[in-house]
Ligand binder design. Structure first.
Ligand SMILES: NC(=O)c1ccc[n+]([C@@H]2O[C@H](COP(=O)([O-])OP(=O)(O)OC[C@H]3O[C@@H](n4cnc5c(N)ncnc54)[C@H](OP(=O)(O)O)[C@@H]3O)[C@@H](O)[C@H]2O)c1
Length: 319
């Protein structure tokens, strides 16, 4: 099954499965489903797991990986594991500590990919959401360019194979490229039919940086969703295209990213939907389908990260 997933070749020559499993909100604790979700996903054929220190579940993700390796279902070298450097670890002195924390939680010796989660630095430390007495996030003025230099050292030390960014805008990417000894391989950003990201996609293509689509299904269970918010999974055009191909809206949306060469990491904690989201290799969208989907773009962001709006490096205001 796993061999079914096409690989994307990064600018450093390494490969990444184009479809991966998202793990945000598959949280630990009583309602934890992340251990089972990762086990089920690997059984189904997923070989790419997208995680982050922020998600608070890397131990459970690591246990599932360990279990599947010990059962002989998969070998470490055939898995692609991503984590992300959280905003409170941007200071160059903290970067190695942060990646070692993720490695230790995951029980791994190296990551395939480590991303700067956001361009915005927060007050350094283990408190992931530092706030002042008024409840406002406490920022730090560390420049992500200095963070990038520290990320490069992780590659040199063999702790991570590839490095990239997430939620960076075009200017921020170019600033990193100006100083980079090692280029970012990917920019992981929100992409779905209501945020089609054609400009950023073209920009990254010309710099040999692959886009990775997060919240590809519009993250319907995000805690701040409003009843009146549009839902891509319910979109009539997406539904019409899905019916034409005998597929579901989620499959059409995932395929739309794959057909553009975009890496895509839908999250599910249900075995049925994990299998559904993986079952996209027997059809392709026509150019007309893709055009229709592109016309659904309405610049609708499900992850606007509002509490970062006043940060000097907030990425979405100048787009
Ligand atoms: N870099 C960043 O800043 C960033 C930000 C956000 C997300 N991410 C990454 O991207 C991943 C995906 O994004 P996301 O979790 O926000 O949302 P998403 O993948 O767009 O949507 C996940 C939601 O859709 C439901 N779902 C999954 N498959 C479905 C299907 N076939 N039909 C109907 N509903 C379906 C899931 O419910 P069930 O679980 O019940 O199936 C879950 O509620 C995250 O998990 C994380 O790894 C990164």
């Amino acid at each position: 099954m796993a061999e079914k997933v096409p690989l994307v070749r990064f600018n450093n020559g390494l490969n990444c499965p184009i479809l991966g499993l998202g793990t945000w909100q598959a949280i630990r604790g009583e309602e934890s489903k992340v251990y089972e979700a990762v086990c089920d996903a690997i059984d189904i054929g997923y070989r790419h797991i997208d995680g982050a220190h922020l998600y608070g579940n890397e131990k459970e993700v690591g246990q599932a990986i360990k279990e599947k390796i010990s059962q002989g279902v998969v070998k470490r070298e055939n898995l692609f594991v991503t984590s992300k450097l959280w905003n409170t670890f941007h200071s160059p002195d903290w970067v190695e500590t942060a990646v070692k924390l993720s490695l230790s939680d995951l029980g791994l010796e190296y990551l395939d990919l480590y991303l700067i989660h956001w361009p915005m630095a927060y007050k350094e430390g283990y408190d992931l959401e530092p706030v002042d007495e008024n409840g406002k996030t406490i920022f730090s003025d560390v420049d992500y360019v200095d963070t990038w230099r520290a990320m490069e050292k992780l590659v040199e030390k063999g702790l991570v194979k590839s490095i990239g960014v997430s939620n960076f805008n075009t200017k921020q990417i170019d600033r990193v490229l100006e100083i980079a000894k090692i280029k970012p391989v990917t920019n992981q950003v929100e992409v779905h039919p209501y945020l089609y990201q054609q400009k950023l996609y073209d920009f990254c293509n010309t710099r040999d940086i692959v886009l990775t689509a997060y919240s590809p299904l519009g993250s319907p269970q995000r805690p701040w969703a409003q009843a009146e918010d549009p839902n891509v999974l319910e979109d009539p055009v997406v539904k019409k295209i899905a019916a034409k191909h005998g597929k579901t809206p989620a499959q059409v949306i995932i395929r739309s990213a794959v057909d553009r060469g975009i890496i895509v990491v839908p999250k599910s904690a249900s075995k049925k939907r994990l299998a559904e989201n993986f079952d996209i290799w027997d059809f392709k969208l026509s150019n007309d389908d893709q055009k229709e989907i592109s016309r659904l773009d309405r610049n609708f962001r499900v992850i606007p990260h509002d509490h970062g709006r006043e940060h000097k490096d907030y990425p979405f205001s100048q787009e």
